[in-house]
Each structure stands twice: as structure tokens, then as C-alpha cells.
Design a binder for this molecule. Structure first.
Ligand code: PBG
Length: 330
């Protein structure tokens, strides 16, 4: 037996009620955003093989899904579009009656209270699958032309806001895109539309299943000349600082699991509403293990959500949003 009073942290863990009282971090449905994929057609719910439980929805089905998400208490969705035609200039990305624009209108009609966030990027709309206009560089390599792409992004953002999007979320990682989008939104009379920027977005193997879901894998090369190197934390701070200076209202770190140190740094350094994107590969790997009976999905998912919040995330974008909301309500 110890001679002197010793620290006994276990005193505070003795019962479920005590543990509940002492929990430092709480996860609520209020924190969640559910990503959804819109595709052409009617009455379509096409399962995404690598992301069990997720679908490409035609717009009518997507509006129904949004209603169900709202009923579960999830306040927001993030929309991606799969157009019927792709071209070199991503024309579908900023078309007035493009797939995302149509989906936004349908959701806002069906569930006006739903916060509709739109992903602003070109990769789902380009025939080559890159996030912007591809040009030959001086050294002869094909690459995404930064400034030519800015104009497209600004047009997309304005068209999304015009369709009724509540927040626009550029995910392309071009330099200066937040400023370009802010300027274009303001000029078009959307000075009240916030920008959630994918500020520190890394070139990641964890996006694999998403590229199936959105039918957007690059047809040549990769995204390493625009998305960040996973080794670089200080550079991530510089990227976020630029987006904040350019007018980002919410900043995001993506992916989540391997980057929680950066969520903490971003939250502490900038104090802005901070989002984390729990990406497709992070979802699929847990799903696969759970389906094999190797881990308990619910326990693991709640542990992950809690970790995102503990790291400093205010907003969690996750394909588990519906499940988490359901579990929290039980
Ligand atoms: C589009 C975009 C991607 C994701 C979100 N927006 C794919 C990519 O950058 O290749 C990934 C989301 C996920 O993996 O869940 N640029």
C-alpha cells in the first residue's frame, strides 16, 4: 500500500454516470455534414461498390435522401455531381442547369432548412479528370493551368450560389482561388454566401473510393502539382493563412485520420470554424474490416468522431453522418 495519498485518476472512471459527467468532448449531430452524389436520371439509387451504404442518386432520389438526413438531425449536406457529359473545359461544372445546380434547387425546395454545401471543383466535369484546365508547361509537361482554372471555379461558385447553395466549398487547391471566388460572388450579389475552403488538402491515397463514386480519377498523372505533400505541416499552415487572408469563412483539413495534428494546429492558430473531411478511404477501410467481423463499426466510428472533435474540429464531413446521428439518438 502507498504511504501517502497518491493520484488516483481511476476514481473518476468508476461508474458510467461519473464517466458521463467528466467527458471533455462531445459529439453531436449538429457537427455533421453528409456528402451526397448527384447523377442524371430519375428514380436512380446506384450503389457505390467501394463505399457500402452510399449511392449515386438521381436528383429526385437525392431530395428524398436529404429529407431523411434532415429528419435524423443532420444539419448539412455536401453535394458532388456526376454530369452526363465531360469535356476539356469542364462546361458542366458551371452550367445553369448542371447536375449540382439542379440538385441544389431540388433539395432547397424539398427541405429549405437544410444547409446545402457544394463542392466547387472541375475534376468530375473534365474528360481528363484533372481539377482544372490542362496545358503544356514551359518544360513540356502537362499540368493544370492555375489562373485559367480560377475563372472556371469562380463561375461554378456563382452558379451554385445562384441555385441556392448556402456555402460553397472549393476543393481544387489552385493558388488564389478563394480570392477569385470571393470577388466573383460579391460582384454577383452573393456577398452573404460563405466560403468553406479545402485549405489544407493533401494528395492522398485515401481518396481512392471517392474517385469511383464521383467517376473522377485523373486519366494521366496524379494531383501532386496541386494537392499537398503529406509530409508538410508548416506548409499546411501557410496554405490556411493564405485562404484566411483571401476571405475563407471556414477552413478544412483533409483527409482526417492521418492529419489530426494539423486540425489542432489550424484551430489553435487561426481560431476559425474548422472542418475535417473524414474521406472515402477512411470510411471504406473501417467498413471492410467491420464486414469481416474484425472490428466493431459503431465503437470505432464513435471513437473517430470523438477524436476529430478532440483535435479541434467544429465540423465533421463524414459518410457516417446518418449512422452517427441515429446512434446518438438511441
Ligand atoms: C474533388 C474532391 C475529391 C474529394 C473531395 N473533393 C477527390 C480528389 O481530390 O481527388 C475526396 C473525398 C473523399 O475521398 O471522400 N477534387
Amino acid at each position: 500500500m502507498p504511504q501517502f495519498p497518491v493520484a488516483r485518476p481511476r476514481r473518476l472512471r468508476a461508474t458510467p454516470a461519473l464517466r458521463r459527467l467528466l467527458r471533455e468532448t462531445r459529439v453531436s449531430a449538429d457537427n455533421l455534414v453528409m456528402p451526397l452524389f448527384a447523377r442524371p436520371g430519375k428514380g436512380v439509387r446506384r450503389p457505390i461498390a467501394s463505399m457500402p451504404g452510399n449511392f449515386q442518386f438521381s436528383v429526385d432520389e437525392l431530395a428524398k435522401e436529404a429529407r431523411e438526413i434532415h429528419k435524423l438531425g443532420v444539419p448539412a449536406i455536401l453535394l458532388f455531381g456526376i454530369p452526363d457529359k465531360k469535356d476539356e473545359k469542364a462546361s458542366g461544372a458551371h452550367a445553369k442547369h448542371g447536375i449540382v445546380q439542379t440538385a441544389v434547387r431540388a433539395v432547397k425546395d424539398a427541405v429549405p432548412e437544410m444547409v446545402v454545401v457544394t463542392d466547387v471543383c472541375n475534376c468530375e466535369y473534365t474528360s481528363h479528370g484533372h481539377c482544372g484546365i490542362v496545358r503544356k508547361r514551359r518544360d513540356g509537361a502537362l499540368d493544370v493551368d492555375n489562373d485559367a482554372t480560377l475563372e472556371l471555379l469562380a463561375r461554378s461558385a456563382v452558379s451554385h450560389a445562384g441555385a441556392g447553395a448556402d456555402i460553397v466549398a472549393p476543393s481544387d487547391m489552385m493558388d488564389g482561388r478563394v480570392a477569385a471566388i470571393r470577388r466573383a460572388l460579391d460582384q454577383a450579389g452573393f456577398e452573404q454566401t460563405p466560403i468553406m475552403s479545402y485549405a489544407a488538402k493533401f494528395a492522398s491515397g485515401f481518396y481512392g473510393p471517392f474517385r469511383d463514386a464521383a467517376e473522377s480519377p485523373p486519366q494521366f498523372g496524379d494531383r501532386r502539382t496541386y494537392q499537398m505533400d503529406c509530409a508538410n505541416g508548416d506548409e499546411a499552415m501557410r496554405e490556411v493563412a493564405l485562404d484566411v487572408a483571401e476571405g475563407a469563412d471556414i477552413v478544412m483539413v483533409k483527409p482526417a485520420l492521418a492529419y489530426l495534428d494539423l486540425v489542432r494546429r489550424v484551430k489553435e492558430r487561426f481560431g476559425l470554424p474548422t472542418a475535417v473531411y473524414n474521406v472515402s478511404g477512411e470510411f471504406s477501410m473501417v467498413k471492410a474490416a467491420a464486414r469481416n467481423g474484425w472490428l466493431d463499426e459503431r465503437a470505432v466510428v464513435m471513437e473517430l468522431m470523438t477524436a476529430f472533435r478532440r483535435a479541434g474540429a467544429d465540423i465533421i464531413i463524414t459518410y457516417w453522418a446518418k449512422d452517427v446521428a441515429r446512434w446518438l439518438g438511441e
